[in-house]
Design a protein around this ligand. Structure first.
Ligand code: OAD
Length: 248
């Protein structure tokens, strides 16, 4: 496995760990065919966030924003979890506690079978009334933006838009997991969108071991204890294999 730290550093790091946090971003789903946000062919290369992922965009043109989310739902529904997602599920057989903190809204960690998944930015599969917040279940036949059966308000995607707060209970659980973990594994995220990106830096400030999996360097790379350079779908199964072999 290629990493920037010597192998001798790598094994003891995981040897005595009981609790691992896996913090993921769009990169973990890239090999499932879900576009990332900031790569040259990523989502924000074609659309400006301020035009689509915020409340003002929805209020001024709900149909346009709805269509964009419908397009993303279509991609995700056709996608399958990849070997990276499944390797993360396998970590549950190796460590006593595994928490997945994800910025992704695609639901692929849950579909792969991970047990403790905190979706910081909500889900493409959740919807609620913009007016009264009542959850809404989409039916397959629906065309266009639905209206709330209780109050007639517009139904919005259950994702966190720019300028909105993260769901507070989920954020607290994510922070608690970060504070109590032994190892913080950051996978497939550019670590530029806050407050989510605070978490790896919080882990570092608490003296946790931080391991990054990403084919490209990020703001976190220089401070991470180990940087595994490569796609998650290759690096994570190798990591799991190595842990199975070396952990007693
Ligand atoms: P980005 O698109 O910013 O970053 C994706 C990262 O994945 C980059 O660092 C890539 O190098 C890396 N990557 C690409 N392919 C990979 C692979 N096969 N394996 C591992 N890593 C790979 O996506 P995020 O960091 O998730 O928020 O973006 C964070 C947030 O910004 C998103 O949750 C979204 C967006 O705006 C909201 O919508 C609120």
């Amino acid at each position: 496995m290629s990493n920037t730290g010597p192998e001798s550093e790598y094994e003891p790091l995981f040897q005595n760990a009981n609790h691992i946090v896996v913090f993921t971003g769009a990169g973990i789903s890239a090999e499932s065919g879900v576009p990332t946000f900031r790569s040259p062919d990523g989502i924000w290369a074609k659309f400006k966030p301020e035009e689509l992922a915020n409340i003002n965009a929805f209020m001024s043109n709900p149909e346009r924003v709805w269509e964009w989310y419908q397009h993303r739902r279509d991609i995700v529904e056709k996608a399958e979890p990849n070997s990276g997602h499944y390797a993360i599920v396998e970590l549950e057989r190796i460590f006593d506690r595994v928490d997945i903190i994800t910025q992704n809204v695609d639901g692929l960690h849950i579909r792969a079978g991970s047990t403790h998944v905190y979706e910081l930015h909500g889900s493409l599969h959740a919807h609620r009334c913009l007016n009264c917040s009542t959850p809404y279940t989409l039916s397959l036949k629906e065309q266009g933006v639905p209206h709330c059966p209780s109050c007639g308000g517009l139904i919005r995607p259950g994702v966190v838009w720019f300028g909105e707060d993260l769901p507070s209970a989920i954020w607290q659980q994510a922070e608690e997991a970060t504070r109590s973990c032994d190892i913080f594994l950051s996978v497939g995220t550019s670590t530029v969108v806050y407050p989510a990106a605070q978490l790896p830096f919080l882990a570092l400030s608490l003296g946790k071991h931080v391991v990054e999996v990403n084919p490209e360097p990020t703001d976190l790379s220089r401070q991470a204890n180990i940087a595994l350079r490569g796609p998650a779908g290759e690096m994570l199964p190798k990591l799991v294999e190595e842990l199975r072999r070396t952990r007693k």
